[in-house]
Each structure stands twice: as C-alpha cells, then as structure tokens.
Design a protein. Structure first.
Length: 247
C-alpha cells in the first residue's frame, strides 16, 4: 500500500484537472485555475513521494504524464480558448452549445478562439518527448507544462482580482493572446535547458540558484500578486539561459 501513495497523489492531480475542465468549459476560469493549481501542487509532490518511499515505477511515470496532459494540457488550452473568445466577442464561449452558437455559416472569426487548443497539442507532444528523453534527469529541456499552465492561468486571475485597466487591455487583446499561444507552443518544445526544482541535497551551496529564485519569486508574489507569475516565468527562463544547467 505504501508503494501506491505516489500514484494516489498523481490521481489527485488528474481528478483536479478533470474538475478544472468542467469549470473552464462553463466559463468559470477562476475556479478552473484554482483546481488546476491544486493539481499542479499534487504533481510537484508525487515525484517527491516516489523518491522518498523508493516507489518509482513505470506505471507511475505513465500515470504522471497522463495526468499532466489533462491538468497542464487540456485545462490551459480551454482557458486560452475562453480568453480568446472573450477578446473577440466580449464573452466566454458556451462550449456546451458550441455548434448552435457558431454554425457553419458564421464568420471565420467565430472559430479563431480554437487556436488556444494548440497549447493542448504542444503540451501533449512535450510530455511524450519527456518520457523518452534520457537527457532530462536533473534539468528540463523546454518549458515544463506546469510552468506554462501557471502562465496561462495567471491571466484570468489578473483580470478578476487586479483591476488595472492598462493590463486588462493587454491581456484581452487577441493578438497578444494568439502570440502567447504560439510562444507557449514553441517554448514547450524548444531545445532550451531549464533548471529543475529537484533537490538531491538540501545544502544552500549546491542549490543556491534554486533557493535565491524561490525567495525572489515569493517576494514578487507578495508585492505584485498574480501579475508576478508572468514575471517569475520570464525570470526563470532568463536565469536558465545564463546558468545553462546540465542535464
């Protein structure tokens, strides 16, 4: 039973992702973000639990990727679809009645929000590559899907909880959202080495960059709240490009 604890944690990630999809489809992007964030929390700890309990398995690896496809693939894709729909039409899409709402005679603009689902495709491809890439043992190559999900889900939270008109105008600009979608797809599968939060030891000297990054990230969140998330992601990529972590 102890050996199944990591798989249970992974299953909670998958469950949270499924609930997040339901909320995202209904247009409640804040609730969708909450459950996706919770799923990512479980995703962080399933690997830690597997190593601590010496319970790594091929089943666990496959289950982890399947859960991530849902929580960090399908969810951000639907959220981006809804954001694009709001940017084009002023409201989220009623996906339950999408055929009657759009119709084949509608303008092509009505179908443009589906561009957001490219994030789901790129995320699934990135996770498939990760499973067969032996280089990513202590660092990542390409943006991890949870990090990309945090970026996408930060946008509805900024819109809801931080009323800054200039930022809202940028986020709900469809060219900005399309650009973020395409950039996400590229970064997820780019040959860019990025450091991972995998601690072999807890010493500061061996993990100085990780500890400093975490401290800065916490400070930014305390000061800027959800606006800090895109800044933290940019900082994460920038530091990795300078440090060039080894696989």
């Amino acid at each position: 039973m102890i050996k199944q604890i990591p798989n249970l944690i992974t299953s909670l990630n998958l469950l949270c992702g499924c609930v997040a999809i339901i909320f995202a489809v209904s247009g409640d992007l804040v609730a969708a973000s909450f459950f996706a964030f919770t799923g990512i929390f479980f995703d962080f700890f399933d690997g830690f639990a597997a190593r601590a309990l010496n319970a790594q398995s091929q089943v666990g690896l496959e289950l982890d990727s399947l859960a991530d496809v849902v929580t960090s693939g399908v969810v951000p894709g639907i959220v981006m679809l809804q954001l694009l729909s709001e940017s084009f039409t002023g409201h989220t899409m009623d996906i339950a009645n999408v055929t009657s709402d759009l119709g084949w005679n509608n303008s092509i603009v009505g179908y443009l929000p589906f561009i957001g689902l490219l994030i789901t495709v790129a995320s699934a491809y990135r996770l498939a590559k990760f499973n067969v890439d032996t280089r990513q043992t202590s660092s990542f190559i390409g943006l991890p899907t949870p990090a990309n999900t945090l970026l996408i889900l930060s946008f509805p939270l900024i819109l809801t909880f931080q009323n800054i008109t200039s930022i809202e105008d940028v986020i709900l600009n469809h060219w900005f959202l399309i650009g973020i979608t395409l950039l996400s797809c590229v970064l997820l599968n780019a040959e860019i080495p990025l450091f991972a939060f995998k601690f072999k030891t807890w010493g500061f000297k061996e993990n100085a960059i990780k500890y400093i990054f975490l401290i800065v990230a916490i400070a930014l969140i305390a000061l800027l709240k959800f606006i800090a998330i895109p800044i933290i992601l940019l900082l994460y990529i920038s530091i990795s490009l300078v440090v060039k972590p080894k696989s």
